[in-house]
Design a protein around this ligand. Sequence first.
Ligand code: ASP
Length: 371
Amino acid sequence: MDFYRILVGLKKIFEMLRILTFLSLIFLGISCENASKSNENMTQSASKTTTSEASFGIVIHGGAGTILKENMTDSLEIAYKEKLTEAITAGHTLLKNGATATEAVTATINILEDSPLFNAGKGAVFTHNETNELDASIMDGATLNAGAVAGVTRVKNPINLAEAVMSKSQHVMLSGTGAEEFAESQGITLVAPEYFYTEGRFQSLQRIKEKEKTQLDHDSAVLLEEFNYKDSKFGTVGCAALDKHGNLAAGTSTGGMTNKRWNRIGDSPIIGAGTYANNATCAVSSTGWGEYFIRAMVAYDISALMEYKGLSLQEAASEVIQKKVPDLGGDGGIIAIDHQGNVAMEFNTAGMYRAHMNAEGELVLGIYKDE
Ligand code: ASP
């Protein structure tokens, strides 16, 4: 009898345990569903933050130098302004539609490279040997990844090759024929070197060579170098952008300096000098007397002043362009944008081709000082 009662008791206990297990499984199921829902919400709100329209913007330059109103015809001025507007509008539209900062930088620079007005791509200046050697670089502020090419002679859009070096190679900088081999392997458009022939640039070289002969009779090589620089370069192009995802990027493309020799390479393809981008601070593209911009590490120095000294973008840009570079003896300018969309267009020359467009699509365009 006792045995029978024990059995019935045990059965009841098992029954209760079964019910309890069933109930706790239901409870667990509900909690998991809630947890996953709240996770979903968190991701959604995180992605909302990163795709927020809060601020994006783009800024470009088309070179700094002795650009004087009195030396400019009305039609040429209009041509420059139209091309700057076309390029910045294209970059801005991409950003508005959610493109990354590096995509916007590359596409914007392509338009300037394809124009004979600027010393980059099609309009590249001539070397002493009457060839064209092009340099470019790009940097992604989100990853600190970077790519650069120097001394290429057959690449239609060197910024595209710099971008390929950044995203499709393990390297940061390639040069000359090796860089062109890599370009071929990546399907980057190559052209015959004659593509870069423009009559205006060729005549500039001839004028400089003429003057060089007379100058050499009288002055030192140092003066010659200065003379070469001052008369011989405008129109390097550059772009810095902040995208809707909060990422910065900058790029620069150039033909360098007219009459350059010995495979001279300037600052434009040097990460830290001609180009720098870091999401923590800003994105910068430089233009000017490259030798000085390399020595002053211009683009990185602006970022470093913000990072280590807490300077604003404008303060950092003025410090480097109005003090450090001229104190060394160089000149030129930069365009830059910070992680909040603030912009600097700073130069210590008579002019700098420049444009900025904010998230609202407001355009600021300039060529000369004080405008
Ligand atoms: N910085 C370029 C170079 O030295 C020239 C320029 O920006 O105009 O090659």
